[in-house]
Design a protein. Structure first.
Length: 154
């Protein structure tokens, strides 16, 4: 019985390690895809290949849809991708309202969305949440990214 518990613990630790590697990779792709359609497309392909998805991954899918809308030439597709992306981010926050990474994605996207799309209701709230929870971020790279963006975008 003791061996079974140890094996389960090791398996769960490996799953979390692989998942955290996925999120780090997705984060890096996302942050470099903002002005690069090719990287945006690569991120989209990578996200589609993932089998296990959670709220954070769903939020990145939503954020990627918002980027796809930025690069789309067709106005109807542009709006469709924007609405789908917004919906995915909002649903991820509804499911996990204390997730710093998801709040960061919404903040970043609301700050960069055109005013006429009216996706800017939570900027101050998200900014305050990120400032208050910055010390809870264990990844120094991610923490640094958030600090730079908060410093430059408020």
């Amino acid at each position: 019985m003791k061996n079974i518990i140890i094996i389960i613990f090791i398996l769960l630790a490996n799953i979390n390690y692989v998942f955290s590697k996925d999120v780090k990779h997705i984060r890096e792709l996302y942050l470099t895809s903002c002005n690069n359609k090719s990287i945006c497309d690569s991120l989209s392909s990578y996200l589609n290949l993932l089998g296990k998805k959670d709220n954070t991954i769903d939020a990145y899918i939503g954020a990627n849809n918002l980027l796809i809308s930025k690069f789309s030439k067709n106005i109807v597709k542009k709006f469709k991708y924007f609405e789908e992306g917004k919906k995915l981010i909002e649903q991820a926050i509804k499911n996990d309202p204390k997730n710093i990474e998801i709040i960061f994605l919404r903040y970043l996207n609301q700050k960069n969305s055109p005013w006429f799309l009216n996706y800017n209701q939570n900027i101050v709230e998200d900014y305050d949440f990120l400032i208050k929870n910055l010390n809870f971020i264990s990844d120094p790279y991610f923490k640094n990214v958030i600090q730079k963006i908060l410093k430059n975008n408020y």
